[in-house]
Design a protein around this ligand. Structure first.
Ligand SMILES: [Ca+2]
Length: 380
C-alpha cells in the first residue's frame, strides 16, 4: 500500500512537471506496442471498393466513401449495393495521390453540403484542392451539384504525401486542412508554401479570422501550424483540442497536439532517420520546435483519426482510434493532459486507411487495398 502511495506521489510530481514544461516533455515511444488478436469486436464486411481512402458517416446506417482513383459512393448497410455519386472532378491518381478526404458540412442535415479534397492535375504537375458541393439524389441515384473548388495549393508540382485531411472547428464556423510536404521536405519550413502545414480557413476557403499571422497575407495568413511531413489524421478531441498525426520517415511517426503558431519541426528534427540511413537531429536538440505527444519507432504509418464518443464500447470513451497502414492494425490511444499513451493495438489483417464513429457507437474502418473492405465493428 505504501508502495502504491509512493508511486502515486511520483506520478503526481511527474504530471505537474509535464504541465509546467509541456513543450519540452520527452514523449513516449509507442513503437514497441504489440498487436493483440484478442479482439473485443466483431468485424462485418459491408462492401468492397477499389482503393478506398476516406469515410464520412451520415447516420447509423449510411456513409460516404471516397476511393483514391477518384470515385465516390453512398453506402447504406441496411440497403443494397453502394450507389456511385456522379459529378466528381478529374483527379490526379498516382501513388499516394488521388481523391482524398470527405467530410459533411457542419450544417449537412439542412444544406446537404459536403467538403472533399483531392490532388488536382494541371500545368506543372498537380496540387491539393479543397472543394465543396451539394449531395443530391434519391436511393439509387446520387450526384454532386454546385461543385466549387474553394481553395487550391499553388504552385502545382510533383510528389506524393499530399495530406488533405479536413476537420471542422467545434463551433462549425471554420475548418482546418492538413497539407503534406509532397516529398519535398524543405517546403514544410517555407512560410510562403502551403506544404507541410495545417491551414485554418473559413467555410468558403478564405482566410479565417484570428489566425496567428492573419495580417501577413497569402499562405502565411492562412497558416495555423508549420513543420509537418504527411498528416493523414486530424480531429478535435471531446475537450475541444485539436490533434494531428503524421507519418515520419524511417521511424518517427508522430501524434501532435495542435496549437496556433507552433512549429512541429519537420524536416529539421524527427525521431526517425532518413530512408538512406542518414540521421536526423532529435527534437530535444532544438527546443524551438514542439515535441510530439507520442511517437512511433518503428512506424505504424498512421492513417485516419477519430475520437470515440459512442456507447457500444464504454471503455473506449474519449480515446483516439488510429489506423496503421504498415502494421495492419487499429490503435487506441488515451490522452491525459498533453501526454498520450497507446493503450492497445488490434490486429486487423489489412492496411487500415480511415476510421470513423457512427452515432449508434459502431466503428467503421476501411482497408487500403483493391479490393479494400469497408468494415463495421461492433461488440462481440
Ligand atoms: Ca515533429
Amino acid at each position: 500500500m505504501h508502495f502504491t502511495l509512493a508511486r502515486a506521489l511520483i506520478a503526481a510530481t511527474t504530471i505537474s512537471g509535464l504541465a509546467t514544461n509541456a513543450a519540452n516533455a520527452a514523449p513516449e515511444n509507442a513503437g514497441p506496442n504489440t498487436p493483440t488478436t484478442q479482439l473485443p469486436f466483431q468485424s462485418q464486411t459491408v462492401a468492397r471498393f477499389d482503393l478506398p481512402w476516406a469515410i464520412a458517416v451520415i447516420d447509423a446506417d449510411r456513409l460516404i466513401v471516397t476511393t483514391k482513383p477518384g470515385r465516390m459512393f453512398l453506402v447504406d448497410h441496411k440497403g443494397g449495393a453502394p450507389v456511385e455519386v456522379s459529378g466528381l472532378p478529374k483527379v490526379s491518381h498516382s501513388g499516394q495521390n488521388g481523391l482524398l478526404d470527405v467530410a459533411l458540412a457542419p450544417d449537412f442535415a439542412e444544406s446537404r453540403r459536403i467538403y472533399f479534397t483531392y490532388v488536382e492535375p494541371g500545368d506543372g504537375g498537380s496540387s491539393l484542392a479543397l472543394a465543396r458541393a451539394t449531395l443530391t439524389g434519391q436511393q439509387g441515384n446520387a450526384q454532386l451539384d454546385d461543385l466549387k473548388v474553394i481553395w487550391r495549393q499553388m504552385p502545382k508540382g510533383r510528389g506524393g504525401q499530399p495530406g488533405g485531411i479536413i476537420a471542422f472547428a467545434p463551433d462549425g464556423k471554420s475548418l482546418f486542412l492538413t497539407s503534406g510536404d509532397r516529398m519535398r521536405p524543405q517546403t514544410a519550413q517555407d512560410p510562403d508554401l502551403a506544404l507541410g502545414k495545417v491551414l485554418h480557413l473559413t467555410l468558403d476557403g478564405k482566410l479565417a479570422p484570428g489566425n496567428p499571422n492573419a495580417d501577413a497575407g497569402g499562405v502565411r495568413a492562412e497558416t495555423w501550424t508549420t513543420g509537418h511531413r504527411n498528416p493523414y489524421g486530424l480531429a478535435f478531441a471531446p475537450d475541444g483540442r485539436l490533434w494531428l498525426h503524421e507519418m515520419g520517415p524511417k521511424g518517427g511517426d508522430e501524434l501532435n497536439l495542435i496549437e496556433p503558431g507552433v512549429n512541429y519541426g519537420w524536416p529539421e528534427v524527427s525521431y526517425g532517420d532518413n530512408y538512406n540511413g542518414t540521421p536526423i537531429p532529435k527534437p530535444s536538440t532544438r527546443p524551438e520546435f514542439r515535441e510530439p505527444a507520442l511517437y512511433w519507432t518503428p512506424v505504424i504509418a498512421p492513417a485516419g483519426l477519430a475520437f470515440y464518443d459512442g456507447d457500444l464500447f464504454p471503455a473506449w470513451k474519449g480515446t483516439a482510434l488510429i489506423g496503421g497502414l504498415k502494421t495492419h492494425t487499429l490503435s487506441r490511444v488515451t490522452i491525459k493532459g498533453d501526454a498520450a499513451h497507446e493503450d492497445e493495438r488490434f490486429a486487423m489483417q489489412g492496411r487500415i486507411r480511415d476510421v470513423a464513429v457512427a452515432p449508434d457507437g459502431a466503428v467503421w474502418v476501411i482497408e487500403d487495398a483493391s479490393p479494400g473492405r469497408l468494415l463495421r465493428l461492433s461488440p462481440r
